[in-house]
Design a protein around this ligand. Structure first.
Ligand SMILES: C[S@@+](CC[C@H](N)C(=O)[O-])C[C@H]1O[C@@H](n2cnc3c(N)ncnc32)[C@H](O)[C@@H]1O
Length: 249
């Protein structure tokens, strides 16, 4: 199954799978970082926007919001919410727009879908080109050397009479640049159980390499703990971080 098919097939479940995520907190956090590190402006782009949860908050904050995703069905789902947002179906490793942005985000480790590293580097270049001077690029990432290879994240919820069980976990072999994302979904309807399982290739990379690639492009780089409840500089230990990158004037 290709990466695109994964998200095409799971579109209807994706929103449910993410229902435990505090998107409002993430958006308040990113807006605050934009205020602290940027020079203002209201042109906002969310890369790999999925079903668009971040876009609606930024539109509410007064940004002119644009969502980019490689999957048209995800964008169609996002558009159903009726928010005043522009959508664009493009690959984040080679995207372009006819106007520059003040703030670009990419949440839920989605930047790592730019695999292999060449694609990731192209993504960073496209972002740099798409930003206005003084603009800010924020994204979260995990260090390949700190992938726990454990059972990951799981939760369950009730969907009408059915029970849905979700599990997502990363697996890294310890060498090479591929990080496998495993997604398992089960729907229990009485005696009947349907399962969907998939494996998705993401980029295995470490934090110093990401920092180096960003700085080589001309970004000023700040690394934060991936804790959306407070802005704290990375202490160098946690493998989950949030990058704040400023395109210098
Ligand atoms: C895990 S979802 C995250 C969605 C959203 N950012 C969130 O936080 O809920 C990943 C999204 O990345 C998109 N995606 C994967 N590869 C992509 C690429 N090369 N270019 C653009 N979008 C991509 C998928 O279609 C999917 O919607």
């Amino acid at each position: 199954m290709t990466d695109e098919v994964l998200y095409t097939d799971l579109t209807k479940y994706y929103e449910l799978m993410c229902s435990g995520i505090n998107y409002q907190e993430q958006c308040e956090y990113a807006q605050r970082l934009h205020q602290l590190f940027g020079i203002g402006g209201d042109e906002y782009l969310d890369l790999a926007c999925g079903h668009g949860p971040h876009l609606k908050y930024f539109a509410k904050y007064g940004y002119r919001a644009t969502g980019l995703d490689a999957n048209q069905q995800m964008l169609d789902r996002a558009a159903e919410s009726g928010i005043d947002v522009e959508f664009s179906c493009q690959d984040m490793s080679c995207f372009s727009f006819d106007r520059p942005f003040n703030l670009i985000t990419c949440f839920l480790y989605s930047i790592l879908y730019a695999y292999p590293q060449r694609q990731f580097e192209n993504t960073l270049k496209s972002v740099y080109q798409a930003l206005k001077p003084g603009g800010v690029f924020c994204f979260d990432a995990v260090d390949k050397n700190q992938v726990a290879n454990d059972e990951g994240f799981s939760h369950q919820l009730q969907d009408g009479d059915d029970k849905l069980l979700f599990q997502s976990r990363w697996q890294y072999s310890g060498s090479g640049e591929r990080l496998d994302l495993h997604i398992d979904i089960a729907r229990e309807a009485g005696e009947e159980i349907n399962r969907w399982q998939d494996k998705h290739s993401m980029l295995a990379i470490d934090i110093p390499t990401i920092k180096h690639l960003l700085e080589a492009l001309g970004f000023e780089v700040h690394i934060m703990e991936r804790d959306f409840s407070k802005i704290v500089e990375w202490q160098g230990e946690n493998g989950n971080v949030f990058f704040v990158c400023v395109k210098t004037l």
